[in-house]
Design a protein. Structure first.
Lengths: 172, 226, 225
């Protein structure tokens, strides 16, 4: 019977709804990445080294294009250190030279010492390419969900499961 | 299913929409508050010594200690959306002739900074209990305290000695001190001092010292420092 | 063909979807030949957009952001374009069409349905295009879902089918049994509580005995109401 062909289409359409929700979220994130030229245009603060400005769970929006001027002293930047997983949010406090190979030193507002000890072995300064963006906007607390999710991984599974179920069971 | 979960979803969705609209309005309100910052700064005592500027320094290098006097009025930067004001003083000098590969190479280093919290953020500041109590008392009953934006420092010692990757900094010419600020909002965009007026926000009046030269190396002080 | 599954009667989307699904089932059982071109185009657009996103995810995961950012930019643009076309397709071409097909005699039929938010009325727009090239005829219906859903959320095929068979001569021709000239329209919305209780009681006993038997038994109860 023809309705036998009807059902796989219906199932495919329902699956597509779920797929499009996921892919749209992903592509919006990538669009933002491309726009800000940063692999991670929104980051969540994980440490208290910039307190009281930023606390754990605050959301930071990054901009990684030097359209008007170079990344300068006083800017709050997010940088990656070679062979270290977690990006760090600190303020640039020294800059020697200009251009791509200018030497930058960072420090957390709440730390007594600068970041020399956080850098890779033998690395005294950052270069522009280590930086994945400068903070330009701020929303407090919203990112705390992700800290909860990474500290309690089972929450992730539960949430994904609920979301999937909702979309599959309910059509618009 | 429909009755409970979807309704929770709807309520949560509505809540987030409202929260984001309110946050956006608060952030936008920043642009309606005029900013008229002003500052004067001048170096009062400049020394260059040789030693280990940081506890982790492995080799001795030249470093400069610049004492300065600062008068500043940043009271207009404090609004209901100000979480903290980060004030910092930089020393800037061009690259030594011949040392850099282009003439406009600059060097810039923070010599002093200060976090000025808004009364609404006092509880977050990293202070001992006694000074925190004092800080809170200073703004008791106030949500905004513009008087905190007034700075008057005389012959202030720098927080950070300045060095150069080459290890040489003595007898550098054309050093200027410059005052900067960074306004950290409760929500919205972070702002720094501007180079030009922007709507109601005026650029900082003055805020730059006259150019001065770092003196030649002073051996004895270096030994005393470390 | 009555569905044994129950749906939440407060969920308008469920009411509409169940009804929408019943239309192809009914018409195809009358030897109408369904035309799947609309949904096939939608699926093709949707799945190619998804494929673009999946490919983007793959290269981003394997090669990192900086090495692939120009491809990613292109993928984002392409994805936005495909999604735009898909939205256009759904809102301006499909326009709520849930069935397109050809009757055994060669007449084309297209059925679009819609609901308004919080109004439990099923709006149906049926376009019949005769084979001989004469201009298409449009029939519009607005019927309450209560006509073919009972209080517990069971879909009852017979009243639903007779709505179509009665309104559309083409369907009446294919299924004369269902075409009634004067089916009474029960009005649950205005019925008082006692009557509703009586109906609920009668249905809770009848539905358990078998779906096909239900409508006949219920009809008589409704007439009394």
């Amino acid at each position: 019977m023809l309705s036998g062909l009807q059902n796989p289409r219906q199932a495919a359409a329902q699956l597509l709804n779920f797929g499009l929700i996921l892919s749209t979220a992903f592509m919006m994130w990538k669009g933002l990445s491309v726009f800000a030229d940063s692999p991670s245009p929104i980051v969540v603060v994980l440490s208290g080294s910039m307190e009281p400005a930023f606390q754990r769970g605050d959301l930071l929006f990054l901009w990684n294009r030097n359209i008007l001027s170079e990344t300068d002293v006083g800017e709050v930047v997010v940088y990656n250190v070679r062979d270290k997983e977690i990006p760090i949010v600190h303020r640039v406090v020294r800059k020697f030279g200009t251009g791509a190979h200018a030497r930058l030193l960072t420090k957390g507002d709440n730390n007594a010492a600068d970041d020399t000890e956080l850098y890779a072995r033998g690395q005294d300064y950052l270069e522009r390419k280590d930086i994945i963006g400068s903070v330009f906007a701020y929303i407090p607390f919203v990112g705390y969900v992700t800290i909860m999710l990474s500290e309690h991984p089972w929450l992730k599974t539960v949430m994904l499961g609920i979301m999937g179920l909702l979309v599959v069971l309910q059509r618009e | 299913m429909y009755n409970s979960l979807t309704r929770i979803q709807n309520v949560f969705g509505f809540f987030t929409t409202v929260a984001f609209v309110v946050a956006a309005l608060i952030a936008a309100s920043d642009f309606t508050a005029p900013r008229t910052p002003s500052a004067t700064i001048k170096p009062t005592n400049v020394q260059v010594v040789k030693g280990r500027p940081h506890y982790y320094s492995t080799k001795k290098e030249e470093y400069a200690i610049i004492k300065f006097s600062l008068n500043a009025d940043f009271s207009s930067l404090f609004t209901w959306n100000t979480k903290q004001l980060f004030v910092y003083v930089t020393a800037e000098w061009p690259a030594a002739p011949g040392a850099g590969n282009s003439a406009n190479q600059t060097n810039k280093a923070v010599i002093w900074d200060s976090i000025i919290t808004s009364p609404s953020a006092d509880h977050l500041s990293n202070l001992g209990p006694a000074s925190l109590k004092k800080l809170r008392k200073s703004a008791a009953g106030k949500t905004i305290d513009p008087s905190r934006g007034k700075l008057s420092l005389k012959n202030q010692k720098p927080k950070y000695q300045i060095t150069h990757p080459s290890g040489k900094i003595a007898s550098t010419d054309d050093v200027t001190l410059r005052v900067h600020y960074n306004v950290q909002p409760w929500v919205g965009v972070l702002t720094w001092n501007q180079d030009s007026d922007l709507g109601l926000w005026k650029k900082m009046a003055d805020g730059v010292s006259a150019a001065f030269a770092l003196p030649a190396l002073k051996k004895k002080e270096g030994e005393k420092a470390r | 063909m009555a569905s044994q599954e129950r749906i939440a009667v407060h969920n308008l989307a469920d009411l509409k979807n169940t009804s929408d699904d019943a239309i192809p089932n009914y018409l195809n059982s009358l030897k109408f030949k369904q035309d799947h071109r609309l949904i096939d185009t939608r699926l093709a657009l949707g799945y190619s957009a998804f494929a673009v996103a999946a490919a983007c995810f793959a290269w981003d995961y394997k090669l990192g952001f900086d090495a692939t950012k120009y491809y990613t930019a292109a993928a984002v643009a392409l994805y936005a374009l495909l999604n735009g076309v898909l939205t256009f397709w759904i809102s301006f071409v499909e326009k709520g069409v849930v069935y397109q097909g050809v009757a055994p005699d060669g007449t084309k039929i297209s059925i679009a349905t819609s609901t308004k938010k919080n109004v439990p009325i099923y709006n149906v727009k049926i376009t019949v295009t005769p084979k001989n090239g004469s201009p298409p005829e449009t029939i519009e219906l607005a019927r309450s879902f209560t006509e073919w859903f009972d209080v517990q959320g069971h879909f009852i095929a017979r009243p639903f089918q007779s709505v179509f068979a009665t309104a559309v001569p083409l369907i009446a021709k294919a299924d004369p049994k269902r075409a009634q000239s004067s089916a009474p329209v029960p009005d649950f919305l205005n019925a008082d509580a006692d009557v509703l209780d009586a109906i609920a009681a009668s249905q809770s006993t009848t539905t358990s005995t078998g779906a096909e038997a239900t409508p006949a038994g219920k009809k008589s109860k409704r007439r009394k109401a």
